[in-house]
Design a protein around this ligand. Structure first.
Ligand SMILES: Nc1ncnc2c1ncn2[C@@H]1O[C@H](COP(=O)(O)OP(=O)(O)OP(=O)(O)O)[C@@H](O)[C@H]1O
Length: 307
């Protein structure tokens, strides 16, 4: 999927401004940003539900236009809201949706069972949607989006309202779709914790503008070229920090009782350990502290705020 110069204005509010990014097939792209930053508007533009003022979207190499939208939409799944039929059961909702997508009865029977099982809704298949809990309805909305095994899946806050275990299960399921089934996923979410398992790429939106976009390791490395390590020692941490700091190019400090140092030079790590051993400091562990998407998100927004 490629997006070029995408813009949308509502009255005098510029909701989305000149968005340009690419998402490669079989990868998951996290579109992150604070409330009102333009994520939902972007998804609506990318799925042809909203017409842009400017810019272009291409899905599967084909330009998204009014004429191409219907054909392209058959290949995508969208979970943007939870507008399910409250007076139909969970199973009936999925069936109605699958029939709309032209799935055969036999395929539909198998897929409905699979989707209900994966989302932990099998036992509630016969319950009316109006009588399901908020989290269950949310899961069903995701189930509806994935029912026809789309090549490209758009998700807007799919884990909102889910308990932590269900949220983890859903992220694991989506990760499986990306890795095993080569599905492309575009996910808008505020749940940043643990997003590393799913998202290969992220874009951070603020006030309708992309502050940064790209693959996660590259963005993290660009932001924090030096790797931070924490060192657990069996004796005085202050002394350990002093010993590590005696190694060329290293400065260690003690933060909350833990010895840490940062370096972009991997060879400095064994040098630090050797120095500790030489000084009879018992080293229990040296652990790289990988920065997270959550940290990158806050650092990027803070930098933008300070600019
Ligand atoms: N139909 C609309 N008419 C007028 N303004 C709109 C409309 N839809 C969105 N906006 C405005 O566009 C901006 C972006 O909204 P959008 O819903 O895309 O943000 P979001 O990042 O999805 O927010 P949230 O995280 O709260 O869901 C907001 O200022 C919003 O008020």
């Amino acid at each position: 999927m490629s997006v070029s110069g995408l813009s949308k204005r509502f009255g005098d509010r510029q909701a989305v401004s000149g968005l340009t990014f690419e998402v490669t097939r079989g990868r998951a792209f996290g579109l992150l940003g604070p409330n009102g930053s333009g994520k939902t508007t972007t998804v609506r533009l990318l799925t042809g539900l909203l017409r842009p003022d400017g810019g272009e979207v291409a899905l599967f190499g084909e330009r998204l236009t009014e004429a191409s939208a219907d054909g392209l939409r058959a290949r995508i799944g969208v979970q943007t809201d939870t507008s399910l039929y409250p007076s139909l059961s969970a199973r009936e909702n999925l069936r109605a949706w699958g029939e709309l997508y032209g799935l055969s009865r036999a395929t539909l029977d198998v897929r409905i069972d699979e989707v209900l099982e994966v989302l932990g809704l099998s036992e509630r298949a016969g319950s009316l949607v109006g009588q399901l809990s908020k989290g269950m309805r949310q899961k069903l909305a995701v189930g509806r989006a994935v029912l026809h095994t789309p090549e490209l899946l758009f998700l807007d806050e799919p884990t909102a309202g889910l308990d932590p275990e269900a949220a983890n299960d859903l992220i694991a399921y989506l990760t499986g779709m990306v890795r095993a089934a080569n599905t492309t996923v575009i996910i808008c979410t505020h749940q940043l914790h643990g997003l590393e398992t799913l998202c290969d790429d992220i874009g951070i939106l603020k006030d309708g503008t992309l502050l940064t976009a790209g693959d996660v390791p590259t963005l993290l490395h660009r932001k924090w070229p030096a790797q931070r390590y924490s060192v657990t020692v069996g004796s005085d941490p202050a002394r350990a920090a002093e010993v590590i700091s005696s190694v060329d190019g290293l400065t260690a400090e003690v933060v909350a009782g833990e010895v840490t140092f940062s370096t972009a030079d991997e060879d400095a790590v064994p040098a630090a350990v050797a120095a500790l051993v030489r000084h009879d400091v018992p080293v229990r562990a040296v652990v790289p502290q990988r920065p997270t998407i959550e940290q990158l998100y806050f650092a990027t927004l803070a930098e933008e705020g300070a600019a």
